[in-house]
Design a protein around this ligand. Structure first.
Ligand code: ZN
Ligand code: ZN
Length: 361
C-alpha cells in the first residue's frame, strides 16, 4: 500500500538534487502522514547533499515544514486528520535518562517513523533529520507533529521546525537571556537573526549584531539589534566592550560555526558571562583557548542543539506570539519557490543572499 508523490532527492554525494516519484507508506503504529504545505531550505539540507552528515544516500531532503495531517496510525490518539502542524525533529521518548530526569529537551532517543519511504523502485530513502519534507506528503512519527493555531501562515511557522527555533532558543533557553541583559550575536543569517529576535523577546536591553556583511547587519537591526559591529572594520571584541561600558556582553551567541569567531565570542563576554555555540562546526575544526582565561573569567560555555527547545511546549507559544505581532516570522521568508527550485535555492544560500527560501507545495 502507500501512495506515490513527488519529492526532492539527493541521490549521490555532491550531485544536484532531483525531483523524484517517491512512495509514502500508510501510517503504522505511532506514525502520521502529513500533506506538506511549506518547507524552508536550510544549510543542513545542503550538507546532506554534500555527504557532510553521513553516507546514507539517497536522502529525501527538507525538514523545516508545516502542513496538515492526512492520516494517523491505529494507536495515535492525540493527533487527527485535518490538524495543522509544524514538524519537529525532537519527538521526545519520555523514557531515556534525560527524559526521566525531567530534561526532555535533551532527549537521547527521539522518535522518527519506523517504516521507510522509498523511491518507486523500492530503494529506501533516508529522510533529512527524520523528516523529509520537500515532498507533497511525508511519513513521520506522530510525536514529530506539533499542533499549532491553524490561522498561521505555513511558510512562516514551518521555519520554527529548525533554524529559526535554533536561534530563538539559543538566546531564550540555552543562553537564558534575561531582562536588561546585554547580548552579542556573531553571524546574522537566519539563525543569528532569530537569536537577535529571541534576545529581544527575552527583554535584553543591548543587542549587538556582528557580521561582515552590511546587508545582514541591516536585517539584524530589523529584528531588534540595538547596535551593529562590522567585523571587517576592526576587532569586534573591542567594539563590543566599547558598547557595554568596557565590560563585555552578558551573553555571546556564536551563530557561524567557526573557531576564530568562537574565540571572539569567548573573549567578548563580561566576567561570568555565557557563551552559546549554535553555529554548526565541521569535524576538522579545533579551538585553542588560554585555559587561564576559561578559568579566570568564569561563566559558562554552552552548546545549543535546536535551541534546547521542547517543541510541544514552545511551538504553540511562539506561533501565538507571531499571530499577536510580537515575533516577526514573516521577515525570515526571503522568497517562496516551487518544489523544483531547491537546487537553485542552495546556490543562493551559499552566496548568502537569503535568510530563507521556502518551498510552497
Ligand atoms: Zn527521551
Ligand atoms: Zn535545518
Amino acid at each position: 500500500m502507500g501512495q506515490q508523490v513527488r519529492g526532492v532527492v539527493a541521490r549521490e554525494k555532491g550531485a544536484p538534487v532531483t525531483l523524484e516519484t517517491i512512495v509514502v507508506p500508510d501510517p503504522g503504529p505511532g506514525e502520521a502522514v502529513v500533506a506538506v504545505q511549506a518547507c524552508g531550505v536550510c544549510h543542513t539540507d545542503m550538507h546532506y547533499r554534500e555527504g557532510g552528515i553521513n553516507d546514507d544516500f539517497p536522502f529525501l531532503l527538507g525538514h523545516e515544514a508545516a502542513g496538515v495531517v492526512e492520516s494517523v496510525g491505529p494507536d495515535v490518539t492525540d493527533l487527527a486528520a485535518g490538524d495543522f502542524v509544524v514538524l519537529n525533529w525532537r519527538a521526545v521518548c519520555g523514557e531515556c535518562r534525560a527524559c526521566r530526569r525531567g530534561r526532555p529537551w535533551y532527549c537521547f532517543a527521539t522518535h522518527n517513523a519506523t517504516q521507510k519511504m522509498t523511491l518507486d523502485d523500492g530503494t529506501p530513502l533516508s529522510p533529512a533529520l527524520g523528516i523529509g519534507a520537500f515532498a507533497e506528503k511525508t511519513l513521520v512519527a506522530a510525536g514529530q507533529c506539533t499542533k499549532v493555531d491553524p490561522s498561521a501562515r505555513p511558510e512562516a511557522v514551518g521555519l520554527l521546525g529548525c533554524g529559526v527555533m535554533a536561534g530563538l532558543g539559543a538566546a531564550m533557553f540555552t543562553g537564558q537571556v534575561g531582562l536588561g541583559d546585554s547580548v552579542a550575536v556573531f553571524g546574522c543569517g537566519g539563525v543569528g537573526c532569530a537569536a537577535v529576535a529571541g534576545s529581544k523577546l527575552a527583554g535584553a536591553a543591548t543587542i549587538i549584531a556582528v557580521d561582515l556583511d552590511p546587508g545582514k547587519l541591516e536585517l539584524a537591526t530589523s529584528f531588534g539589534a540595538t547596535h551593529t559591529v562590522d567585523a571587517s572594520a576592526g576587532d569586534p571584541v573591542e567594539a563590543i566592550r566599547a558598547l557595554t561600558g568596557g565590560n563585555g556582553a552578558d551573553v555571546c551567541i556564536e551563530a557561524v560555526g567557526h573557531p576564530a569567531v568562537m574565540e571572539q565570542a569567548f573573549m567578548a563576554r563580561d566576567l561570568a558571562g555565557t557563551l552559546v555555540q549554535v553555529g554548526v562546526p565541521t569535524p576538522d575544526m579545533r579551538i585553542d583557548l588560554p585555559m587561564i582565561e576559561f578559568f579566570g573569567r568564569g561563566g559558562a560555555l554552552k552548546p545549543s542543539w535546536y535551541g534546547d527547545c521542547l517543541p510541544s511546549r514552545d511551538f504553540p507559544m511562539l506561533v501565538d506570539l507571531y499571530l499577536d505581532g510580537r515575533l516577526d516570522l514573516d521577515r525570515f521568508v526571503s522568497e517562496t519557490i516551487g518544489i523544483d527550485q531547491v537546487e537553485a535555492a542552495f546556490a543562493r544560500i551559499q552566496r548568502g543572499e537569503v535568510l530563507r527560501s521556502v518551498v510552497v507545495i
